[in-house]
Design a protein around this ligand. Structure first.
Ligand code: PLP
Length: 398
């Protein structure tokens, strides 16, 4: 018996586990320390009341013979119409018209970021931004694919653009980006879409943080550009807006017009899901649909405001310290230069041991992340304020 040899090409553990382990080891050695965690991008505010009420209602339906639901509807690959109608309406508000058959309800963006890899041969080359959410790289390495990088740096505003002459079949884009917080404008995204249509590449567009976009010229969806339905799949999530990190629900758009290698990817994805996935629970989908009700949207707006207040607090603190950073305006993440040329992990250790604040080492998101760290705005106000005070005390010069 042989295991998949590609696993030996991966790092020993996933970045987030590594940070958790080091933090736990520090806490064990210093039980008195009150650590503040602004590293892992999990939300802290609970589900909105309308979502909870809808989920209670759905649970009651499941308790009655007349309204009980088993497997989800086959027609839409287990997506319920109420949620698909709400998602169609969301896209319509962005000027994008989608059929229900083009929207696949998922158990979150991470699964699909990895699972979509099933559709493509190991011979394809994946182009992955550096730095970025590590799941894209790991999933492609597991699949035995060669990976090339689109480097993001202060010089290109952390927004790499297409480079002629670099062969790429699968192009991963994440906007607003995790970890840098940089987001593509519609015009910049149009360049990527034109590139993909010209070269035959496929764009896998991760829009998990689209709701954080404030500036009008920035894209909320790849389909806000011309020709994207012929070259792009979009992956999105309820995790960071409706607080579904523990509930688990997302959606992936695979347009019917999307053809690669002579195959309709919409049909292929449906075939793949029918074989390896059995849908998201009725209770969860009912809760997700309620996030689009008037009350649900109000709850989400409140949550966004709360997290943005954290981002503003951290931004003000960094400005006072004179430390360069990006993000925080159209994203829940702030991407910060480590002071005094420190490495990402050295700075992580210093913040942990001297300020008892846990940040995310930038190098964990890719080579180009070395010398940076990421702070999340998903914490509680009190913790964020205190973390800023501790950071200021530690890093203030003179
Ligand atoms: N995509 C990006 C860029 C993320 O940062 C995350 C989570 O942090 C995910 C996807 C995963 O989202 P989900 O909770 O929907 O699986």
């Amino acid at each position: 018996m042989q295991i998949n040899p590609n696993f030996s090409r991966l790092k020993e553990s996933y970045l987030f586990s590594q940070v958790r382990e080091r933090t736990a080891a520090y806490q064990k050695a210093h039980p008195e320390a009150r650590l503040i965690t602004l590293s892992i991008g999990d939300v802290t505010l609970p589900l909105g009341a309308s979502v909870v009420a809808a989920m209670h209602g759905a649970a009651d339906e499941m308790a009655k013979r007349e309204t009980f639901k088993g497997y989800g509807p086959d027609r839409y690959c287990y997506g319920y119409e109420s949620l698909l109608n709400a998602l169609q309406a969301r896209y319509a508000r962005l000027g994008v018209s989608l059929k229900k058959e083009e929207i696949f309800v998922s158990d979150g963006a991470k699964s699909d970021c990895g699972n979509l890899s099933d559709l493509f041969s190991a011979e394809n080359i994946a182009l992955i931004p550096d730095p970025v959410y590590p799941a894209y790289y790991d999933a492609n390495v597991m699949a035995g694919r060669k990976v090339v990088f689109a480097r993001a740096s202060a010089e290109n505003g952390f927004l790499p653009m297409p480079q002629e002459g670099v062969r790429a079949d699968l192009v991963y884009l994440c906007s607003p980006n995790n970890p840098t917080g940089a987001a593509y404008s519609k015009a910049q995204l149009q360049e990527w879409v034109d590139y993909a249509n010209r070269t035959g590449a496929l764009i896998l567009y991760d829009a998990a943080y689209e709701a954080f976009v404030r500036d009008k010229e920035l894209a909320r969806s790849v389909y806000q550009t011309e020709g994207a339905k012929e070259c792009a799949i979009e992956i999105c999530s309820f995790s960071k807006t409706a607080g579904f990190t523990g509930v688990r629900c997302g959606y992936t758009v695979v347009p019917e017009a999307l053809v690669r290698g002579g195959a309709r990817l919409n049909r292929l994805w449906k075939r793949r899901q029918n074989t390896k996935f059995n849908g998201v629970s009725y209770i969860t989908q009912t809760g997700a649909a309620a996030a689009f009700s008037e009350e649900g949207e109000r709850d989400i707006a409140e949550r966004l405001t709360y997290y943005r207040e954290n981002a503003d607090m951290i931004s003000d603190c960094l400005r006072r310290l004179g430390i360069p950073f990006t993000g925080g305006k159209n994203s829940p993440y702030l991407w910060v230069r480590c002071p005094e040329g420190e490495s990402s992990w050295d700075f992580f250790e210093r913040m942990l041991s001297k300020a008892n604040v846990v940040v995310m080492p930038g190098s964990g998101f890719g080579e180009s992340g070395e010398g940076y760290f990421r702070i999340t705005a998903f914490g509680r106000h009190g913790d964020t304020r205190e973390a800023c005070e501790r950071m200021e005390k530690l890093l203030k010069k003179g």
